[in-house]
Design a protein around this ligand. Structure first.
Ligand SMILES: [Zn+2]
Length: 684
C-alpha cells in the first residue's frame, strides 16, 4: 500500500524553518571567522544574511550572539538563568503503554479508526506558549517535574517562536537529532575541543543538560504530537491566562487528524501522522515505519497509535502511568556483539563512497548477519572504526541490522580510501562524505544514471540484470546510447531471443517522446525530484529556459532554498553533454499541459470559463479540495502549487490568512478569491 501521510495532504506549512536553519548556520560561521580575522564574505553580504533572518525570525538567538569565538559563552549571554531551573508540568507527561505483539495491537484497536505516528527515539519536550509567544521549554524529567531548556529551544529551527492568533497553549513532542545532522554536530564539537558524542540519542539529552553551547541545539529537530489548551489540568494557569487574555479561545479539535493539521499549519514538523481505518492499514503503516528505520536518518524505535476520535480520549482517560487511548508498538530487538574483520567501500549511483563493516557472522532474529552498513564515511570517522573493533549491533522488526556502538576498540586509527573502488579516480572529501568526482566515467555511477533514466522514462522490461550485459559488451555507456541500440544488440543479453529483443527495442523507441519533467528527472540531479521539476516548469516554459536559469532566478520561487537552487543549476550544467546527446539521439521532451497533472483524467476544456488561467489553492475550504481542483481543471483552469506573477488568483477559505502564499499574493497583487467568487466564475 502507499502511505499518504497527513502532512502531505494539503497542510499549508510555512516552509521557512529550513531557511532559518541555513541562515543561522551561515551567520554563526561568519561571526566566528570574522573574529579570527579572516572574513570570507563582504560586510554587505553578511548584512544581507542578517537582514533576511531578521525578517523571518527577528528573535533568533544567533542575532544576539556576541563573542562567537569564545564559544563557551555563545548563547549564555541571553540566558535568563544559567543554573538549571526545575519546572512542574501542569498536566503530567506520562509514559506510553507498549506492545510487541501485532494481535495485541489489533485487539486494543478494536476496529476503531486510528492515527499512526512515528515513535522517535529522542527526548520528550514541552513548549509553553503564552499569547502566542514561546515562553517556556522544558524536558520531561520524571513526568511531574522537568528542567527548563528554553534558551536551547530558541535555536531549534522547527520550534516556532510564535503561534497563530496569539493563543496560549502547551505543545508536546519529541526532540531528536537526525543521522546527517549528528555527523556535522560531532565534527563541530570536536573542533570546539569537546568530546566526540557517541550517538544521536545521547547527544540530545547531553546537550539539553548542559549550561553552555546552546547554539549546538540548532542541529536538533522537533516533531510535535500533542496540543494542550492552556489551563487544562491547571486551574491557576487557566484563570491567569483568561484574565489577561480573555478574547482568544484555544482551538477545539474533534479528532487527532484535526489536531495534526492545526499543528502543521502552525509551523510544526509532524511525526508522519496517518489515518488508519482498519487492521490492514495499521500493518501497512508498520511496513512504512520499518522502511524508515532501515534508512536510519531518524532514530526510530517503533510506532505510536491513538484513537482518532478525541471524544474517546476524554471517555477513556489515563492511568497513573499512561493514557488508555494511545498504544506504542515496538519490535522485539535483538542485539549481539561481534568483531570487525574488514571495512569495504562501494560507490553509489550519485558517486557517494560508503562503507560496510564485515563482521564475524552472528545470528540475530533468525538471520545470519555478516555485513553492517555504516551509511557514510563520517560514521567511520565518528566512531574511529577499524578492523579488530568489537562492536554491538541490533536487529529488530526484520529490518536491516544496525550498528550501535564500539564495545572494545582495537589499537590504531580509522582509514578512509583515497581512490574510488570502482574506477580508481581520486576521491574528494568534505570532511563528512567521500565522493567519486567522475560522474561520466565511473561505472557505478553510469549504471545508476542509466537505471534512473529507465525508471523516469518508464522503459518497461529493461531491468538491471539486462542493462549490465549491454554495458559489459560496451554497447551502453551513456543515457543516449540506449537510443542507438539496434534490435540485434539485445541478443547479447543471456537467454534473450528475438521476441524479447524486439520488445526491449520497441519499449525504448516508445520512450523517445517524454514529458519534460520526466526528462529532467531522468538526468538524476541530486536534490531534485519530479515535483521539483514540475514546480520549476510553472516558472520556466521549456528545456532551454530551464538550462539558462540562474540560482538568483530560482531562489525566489517558493520551496527553493539557496542550496537546492545551486545544486539544480550546477547539476544541469554538468549534464549539458548528456542533454545534447539525448536530443541528438532523437529524444523529444514534451511540455505538458499542466491541467493534466496528477490524476490525468480531468483534462481542461480549452474554451471553459477559466481557460488558460492559473490558480493556487491555499488553506482549508468548505468543499473538499480535490473537488475544487477538479472543477477548476474542468473549466479549463490550471493549478499551481506556488504563487507567481503567472498566477491569476489565489483561492482560499480564509481571506485573513497570514500564510506565505497569501503574503506572496498580496505582494504581487494577485487576486484573492473566496470560494463564492470561484463558484461565480465557474458558472459564467
Ligand atoms: Zn568512481
Amino acid at each position: 500500500m502507499t502511505i499518504r501521510i497527513i502532512e502531505e495532504e494539503g497542510i499549508e506549512r510555512p516552509v521557512v524553518s529550513q531557511r532559518i536553519a541555513e541562515l543561522a548556520d551561515a551567520i554563526l560561521h561568519h561571526k566566528k571567522v570574522y573574529e579570527s580575522g579572516q572574513s570570507e564574505i563582504s560586510d554587505a553580504a553578511y548584512d544581507r544574511l542578517e537582514d533576511e533572518l531578521k525578517s523571518i525570525a527577528p528573535d533568533h538567538p544567533v542575532l544576539q550572539v556576541v563573542g562567537a569565538a569564545s564559544d563557551s559563552s555563545v548563547g549564555a549571554g541571553a540566558a535568563s538563568g544559567v543554573n538549571v531551573r526545575k519546572v512542574e508540568h501542569a498536566t503530567p507527561m506520562l509514559s506510553l503503554d507498549k506492545t510487541y505483539s501485532l494481535p495485541d495491537l489489533h485487539r486494543w484497536a478494536a476496529d476503531k479508526p486510528l492515527v499512526g505516528t512515528l515513535k522517535v527515539d529522542g527526548n520528550s519536550l514541552s513548549l509553553v506558549y503564552e499569547k502566542g509567544l514561546l515562553n517556556l521549554a522544558k524536558t520531561r524529567g520524571n513526568g511531574r517535574v522537568g528542567e527548563e531548556v528554553t534558551d536551547k529551544a530558541f535555536w531549534i529551527a522547527d520550534v516556532p517562536r510564535n503561534l497563530p492568533n496569539g493563543i496560549s497553549c502547551e505543545i508536546r513532542g519529541e526532540i531528536y537529532c537526525t543521522e546527517s545532522k549528528f555527523l556535522r554536530l560531532a565534527d563541530e564539537m570536536v573542533q570546539m575541543g569537546l568530546d566526540r558524542p557517541t550517538s544521536p540519542r545521547n547527544i540530545v539529552s547531553g546537550l539539553l543538560g548542559r549550561k553552555a553551547h546552546f547554539e549546538l541545539a540548532r542541529y536538533f529537530s522537533f516533531f510535535a504530537f500533542d496540543f494542550i489548551a492552556s489551563g487544562a489540568g491547571d486551574a491557576r494557569d487557566a484563570a491567569g491566562a483568561n484574565d489577561r487574555n480573555p478574547s482568544i479561545p484555544a482551538p477545539r479539535f474533534k479528532s487527532e487528524v484535526e489536531k495534526f493539521k492545526w499543528l502543521g499549519g502552525a509551523g510544526f514538523s509532524l511525526p508522519h501522522p496517518q489515518v488508519l481505518e482498519d487492521a490492514k492499514a495499521v500493518e501497512g503503516y508498520l511496513e512504512y515505519v520499518k522502511k524508515l528505520m532501515a534508512e536510519d536518518e531518524i532514530g526510530l524505535d517503533g510506532a505510536v497509535f491513538s484513537y482518532n476520535d478525541l471524544a474517546l480520549h476524554d471517555e477513556l482517560g489515563v492511568t497513573a502511568h499512561h493514557p488508555r487511548y494511545k498504544m506504542s508498538f515496538k519490535w522485539q530487538g535483538q542485539t549481539a556483539v561481534s568483531t570487525v574483520t574488514g571495512i569495504t567501500w562501494a560507490t553509489s549511483r550519485l558517486g557517494a563512497v560508503t562503507p560496510v563493516a564485515v563482521i564475524d557472522p552472528v545470528f540475530l532474529s533468525g538471520a545470519s548477519i555478516s555485513n553492517i552498513s555504516l551509511h557514510n564515511a563520517a560514521h567511520v570517522k565518528a566512531f574511529n572504526l577499524k578492523v579488530g573493533d568489537r562492536i554491538e549491533i541490533v536487529r529488530s522488526g526484520e529490518v536491516i541490522p544496525k550498528f550501535l556502538g564500539v564495545i572494545e576498540a582495537a589499537d590504531g586509527s580509522y582509514l578512509w580510501p583515497l581512490a574510488c573502488p570502482q574506477c580508481g579516480t581520486t576521491l574528494i572529501s568534505d570532511g563528512i562524505r567521500l565522493t567519486c568526482p567522475d560522474a561520466t566515467a565511473c561505472p557505478a555511477q553510469q549504471l545508476g544514471a542509466i537505471l534512473n533514466w529507465i525508471r523516469c522514462a518508464e522503459i518497461d522490461d529493461l531491468s538491471e540484470k539486462r542493462v549490465l550485459p549491454l554495458m559489459e559488451a560496451g554497447l551502453v555507456r551513456t543515457l543516449a546510447d540506449l537510443y542507438r541500440l539496434k534490435l540485434e544488440d539485445f541478443l547479447v543479453i543471456p537467454q534473450t531471443r528475438e521476441k524479447m529483443a524486439g520488445k526491449l527495442f520497441a519499449n525504448i523507441q516508445a520512450s523517445r517522446s517524454i514529458p519534460l519533467a520526466s526528462f529532467l528527472n531522468g538526468l538524476g540531479i541530486e536534490g531534485a525530484g519530479r515535483t521539483t521539476w514540475e514546480s520549476l516548469l510553472e516558472h520556466f516554459s521549456g528545456l532551454a529556459e530551464i538550462q539558462r536559469a540562474t540560482p538568483e532566478e530560482i531562489i525566489p520561487i517558493e520551496g527553493f532554498a539557496e542550496k537546492s537552487a545551486k545544486q539544480i543549476v550546477a547539476g544541469l550544467d554538468a549534464r549539458r553533454v548528456w542533454i545534447q546527446e539525448l536530443l541528438e539521439a532523437g529524444v523529444t521532451p514534451v511540455v505538458q499541459n499542466r491541467s493534466g497533472r496528477g490524476d490525468g483524467q480531468f483534462e481542461g476544456h480549452a474554451d471553459g470559463p477559466l481557460a488558460g488561467l492559473q490558480f493556487v489553492i491555499t488553506g482549508s475550504l468548505t468543499a473538499p479540495r480535490l473537488d475544487v481542483e477538479k472543477a477548476i481543471k474542468a473549466a479549463g483552469g490550471k493549478l499551481a502549487t506556488s504563487v507567481s506573477k503567472n498566477t491569476f488568483a489565489v483561492v482560499t477559505g480564509d481571506l485573513d490568512s497570514g500564510s506565505s502564499k497569501m503574503k506572496k499574493a498580496r505582494e504581487l497583487g494577485v487576486k484573492i478569491w473566496n470560494e463564492e467568487q470561484l463558484r461565480n466564475a465557474l458558472k459564467e
